[in-house]
Design a protein around this ligand. Structure first.
Ligand code: ADP
Length: 470
């Protein structure tokens, strides 16, 4: 819709975090176009929602093929936008997106098709069904840390259910947002079924207030609460995928070599900018010194940079660097010790922060209570199972947790007492790699689930149907 004067269009410069150079400009969507987006979305919904599921799935197959064909190019765009190393863009952003498309292709018809329900004897002769009725226009607001999958997974789940979608990708990674828009267009989705609005929080807020039929938000707790308040005014249902402060608990009988590797990876992959990264490490006191030494070795072996051999890239978002600094400064001022990583005097310009391990922290410090979203790992010894559980449950968050022990019964006992959307036993972060499992948070980590059956069905109303022969 190009009826507005050009000077009204604001442009967002895109800076590469790895090099600090401006690499592109994106046109911001003017907020007066919000009603037009919803109008287009509703028009498209009228026919998309009545299309049989297998036909909708056909479009997803085409989309998958295009992502496979363009994998290298997409990975480059993700790395330019985020500062991630290329392999990380492929393995942790593109592959999970492809897996999610596969999961939907396989399961959508079974999960979203009409379900027969047993009818009680009292209602003899009648038949009972559940139908999944799409909601309408779904607004997806996505973040910058995994800019492809955290936008695409809710989008394709909503589309499979017969909804049309408006995406507002993060302004921090607009090139990926642009690429997604282009991918959908080239995959032949009917006009208006998917639209992308570009810009920052003003644009996000304008679309939130524009009366979508559902909001799927991934981002910070602070913004999640603002969105929930706005949505409540119009009774708009929401899914909120928010932050985490995930604990990793290592018991003395665990495989310490594997656990040390996992801690280094779980805390520092993507420079710690993962909602489910290991942000607090609790280690049984009997093995604490031995474990710290192993961890130090693993952290020292990590290579940071933007070349093909690097394990860890740069931070993505400048403001996030300040969060890391603030938490580290407070901890060190209150007596914490730096095991390895960032000394305050080494703090410099640029977006590379070295993986940093800290000990001697208190449970009320920000480094323990607040999400870091950066390469900072506090390590705390514990004496009993009870104490480890209390530490792990002692924050406002509850996204993911990891428990390490060779004693399966203990692992299950501890897991079931953790207030957390997911627990991984003897590994970290991987629940998200199984799209059959629901993903989401407890407490301030969020509301609702995606992936799995639940993640497809949330984009639909359940309609109860009872049928008599008449
Ligand atoms: P971060 O600060 O880590 O970028 P946010 O939660 O602020 O995380 O951002 C996640 C997404 O939410 C981004 O796409 C951003 O533009 C959008 N956003 C931020 N503030 C608002 C708001 N008030 N209303 C709607 N969307 C918003």
């Amino acid at each position: 819709m190009n009826v507005h004067p050009v000077e009204e269009v604001r442009r967002i410069p895109v800076t590469s975090p790895a090099t600090g150079k401006i690499i592109a400009e994106i046109e911001e969507t003017p907020v007066h176009e919000v009603p037009f987006f919803y109008e287009q979305g509703r028009k498209a919904f009228a026919s998309w929602s009545t299309m049989p599921i297998p036909n909708r799935i056909g479009f997803l197959r085409k989309l998958k093929q295009m992502i496979v064909n363009e994998m290298e190019e997409i990975a480059r765009v993700i790395s330019d936008d985020t500062g991630k190393v290329l392999t990380e863009s492929i393995v942790a952003d593109i592959m999970p997106t492809l897996d999610a498309i596969d999961h939907i292709i396989r399961h959508a018809e079974k999960v979203l098709g009409r379900q027969k329900v047993r009818t009680p004897l009292l209602l003899f002769g009648k038949k009972s069904f559940i139908e999944y009725m799409p909601r309408g226009v779904v607004l997806v607001i996505s973040p910058w840390n995994y800019p492809l999958q955290l936008a695409m997974v809710p989008m394709i789940s909503a589309l499979a259910g017969g909804n049309s979608v408006i995406l507002k990708p993060s302004e921090v990674t607009p090139l990926v947002g642009k690429y997604i828009e282009d991918l959908f267009k080239r995959s032949g989705f009917p006009e208006g079924t998917i639209q992308v609005a570009h810009g920052g929080k003003e644009v996000g807020a304008a679309f939130t207030a524009g009366k979508p039929d559902y909001i799927f938000f991934t981002g910070s707790v602070r913004t999640g609460k603002i969105i929930q308040q706005q949505a409540a005014k119009d009774l708009i249902p929401t899914t909120l995928e928010l932050g985490g402060k995930d604990p990793m608990i290592v018991f003395g009988d665990a495989n310490l070599d594997r656990a040390a590797k996992a801690a280094a990876w779980g805390a520092f992959t993507n420079s710690g900018q993962v909602c489910m990264s290991a942000e607090r490490l609790y280690v049984e006191r009997t093995v604490y010194p031995e474990f710290l030494e192993k961890l130090q070795g693993e952290v020292h072996s990590l290579r940071q940079g933007d070349d093909i051999d690097a394990d860890v890239g740069s931070m993505t978002f400048p403001a996030q660097k300040n969060v890391v600094r603030e938490q580290l400064d407070e901890a060190l001022q209150r007596g914490a010790k730096l095991v390895t990583g960032l000394k305050p005097e080494d703090w410099k310009e640029g977006m590379y922060l070295p993986p940093t391990v800290v000990t001697d922290v208190e449970q009320d410090m920000k480094i323990i209570q607040d999400e870091t979203f950066g390469p900072l790992l506090p390590v705390v010894p514990f004496d009993t199972e009870e104490e480890a559980i209390a530490y792990a449950n002692g924050t406002a968050y509850g996204l993911n947790a990891s428990v390490w022990t060779r004693d399966r019964e203990k692992a299950r006992r501890v897991s079931s007492r953790l207030v957390s959307g997911a627990v991984v036993i003897n590994d970290v972060i991987i629940t998200v790699a199984n799209h059959g499992l629901p993903f989401g948070g407890a407490k301030e980590s969020g509301i609702g689930r995606y992936h799995s059956e639940a993640g497809l069905r949330i984009f639909c109303h359940e309609k109860a149907i009872m049928e008599d022969k008449g």
